[in-house]
Design a protein around this ligand. Structure first.
Ligand SMILES: [Ca+2]
Ligand SMILES: [Ca+2]
Ligand SMILES: [Ca+2]
Ligand SMILES: [Ca+2]
Length: 410
């Protein structure tokens, strides 16, 4: 059906339970429905899913910095609207796109190169491989945002201190970070990210490299004046995490179980490593490729070409994190994240039951029902085409009490 009148929203969805991990392979949403006394329970697989990728625009064209885009999203000028910083080839500079739209619907037109110490930040990489990797953070904890930049050529990381205000950042000349008494380096293609990996209250430095590993530099200084121990390699599945060359990492709770997971990109794909420990003592599982719909092919591993460089942000402010990917050709791909699950139900005239769920274009769905949660095996709708961001279907003649399960059709 095209629409379902008077659909009653299901809210709030309860916190997903660990027990959901028993069915990680199935993309399912499960609804317990009782017509009277209208008691609802939703138990959903909460891992973020993605809608099909699209290219970010600037001045009504695809945003294009040149080559080798490495994005970082932050509100650079403190006006409440997210902006976009992009490291790029071949200049080895960092472009700043200020947002002239809204925070939930960014609009970009032109860019300027970020400057520090009176000149453009300039970290060229020989051989046209590698680019500056920006990461915005309040590095020295003085309440004003600063900039870290990873160097493509030699794996150093530079700190550019904001000497002015959040509304008008002015960056000091870059200072190379140290690990112990030596320059901190990951050899090449440094992609810095700050995160309190060991839960001691001090943000540490996580850094991707050109080989596909992830380095942990423990902050043994203070919040105001970070200092780092020698680096060690992050482990996943009991071995050194290897993502495919040119790694970039971020941390957030992808599956909604309360523990921040590692999400990463490399030359080969976009991955998540499930955190089976907790947020202050992460234990990572082996990387699993994230997928997104491709027209005519269903869910496919996300791949926009080699040298993908990710950032994560709630781009459209809907409460679900979204994925940005910098591409080799200088463009940036956007994948809107969503939580796959039922969003509304309605009893219809004649006893029919209308269901509505969050969906993605280029997919199709199947609905099963049954008399109990343990026996939802009756396929009542197969290969339902997606209605776009939401899809509706009406069961014309359900029994008095039915339980429904939703699956993405293979
Ligand atoms: Ca802004
Ligand atoms: Ca600062
Ligand atoms: Ca720490
Ligand atoms: Ca979002």
């Amino acid at each position: 059906m095209k629409s379902a009148p008077s659909l009653r929203p299901i809210s709030p969805a309860p916190k997903p339970r660990r027990a959901n991990a028993r069915v990680p392979k199935l993309l399912i949403a499960l609804l317990t429905l009782m017509f009277a006394p209208a008691l609802l329970e939703v138990v959903s697989a909460q891992q973020i899913q993605f809608r099909p990728g699209e290219l970010l625009q600037a001045a009504d064209r695809s945003l294009d910095v040149g080559d080798y885009a490495i994005p970082c999203v932050a509100d650079w000028n403190g006006d409440g609207r997210k902006d976009l910083l992009v490291g790029y080839q071949t200049a080895g500079k960092v472009a700043l796109y200020l947002n002239s739209g809204s925070d939930a619907s960014p609009v970009f037109t032109t860019s300027v190169n970020l400057r520090a110490g009176g000149a453009d930040i300039n970290l060229p990489s020989p051989g046209n491989c590698g680019a500056p990797a920006p990461f915005v953070c309040d590095y020295d904890n003085d309440g004003k945002r600063d900039l870290l930049v990873g160097d493509g050529a030699n794996g150093y990381v530079y700190f550019y201190r904001n000497t002015n205000t959040d509304a008008n950042p002015i960056l000091d000349t870059g200072v190379r970070l140290m690990a112990g008494s030596s320059a901190l380096t990951v050899s090449l293609r440094a992609t810095p990210y700050l995160y309190d990996w060991d839960g001691d209250g001090l943000k540490d430095l996580l850094c991707g490299d050109g080989y596909g590993n992830v380095h942990f530099f423990k902050n043994i200084g203070t919040a105001q004046s970070p200092a780092y121990a020698a680096g060690t390699l992050i482990q996943a599945g009991g071995t050194n995490l290897f993502l495919g060359i040119r790694s970039v990492v971020r941390m957030f709770d992808l599956d909604g179980d309360g523990a921040a997971d590692m999400v990463a990109s490399s030359d080969t794909g976009v991955y998540w490593c499930r955190n089976t420990g907790n947020s202050s003592a992460p234990v990572l599982a082996l990387p699993v490729a994230l997928r997104a719909p491709v027209s005519g092919s269903g869910l496919q591993p996300i791949y926009t070409g080699h040298r993908m460089r990710l950032d994560w942000v709630d781009w459209n402010n809907d409460g679900v994190m979204d994925l940005l990917l910098g591409n080799l050709d200088g463009t940036i791909s956007y994948y809107e994240g969503y939580r796959f699950g039922f969003t509304a139900i309605a009893a219809q005239p004649g006893g029919a039951c209308a269901l509505q769920w969050q969906s993605a274009a280029s997919l199709s769905y199947q609905v099963l029902d049954g008399p109990s949660v343990a026996s939802i095996t009756n396929l009542v709708a197969a290969n339902l085409p997606s209605g776009g961001k939401t899809t509706c279907w009406t069961n014309p003649s359900p029994a008095e009490r039915r339980f429904y399960r939703l699956q993405i059709a293979p």
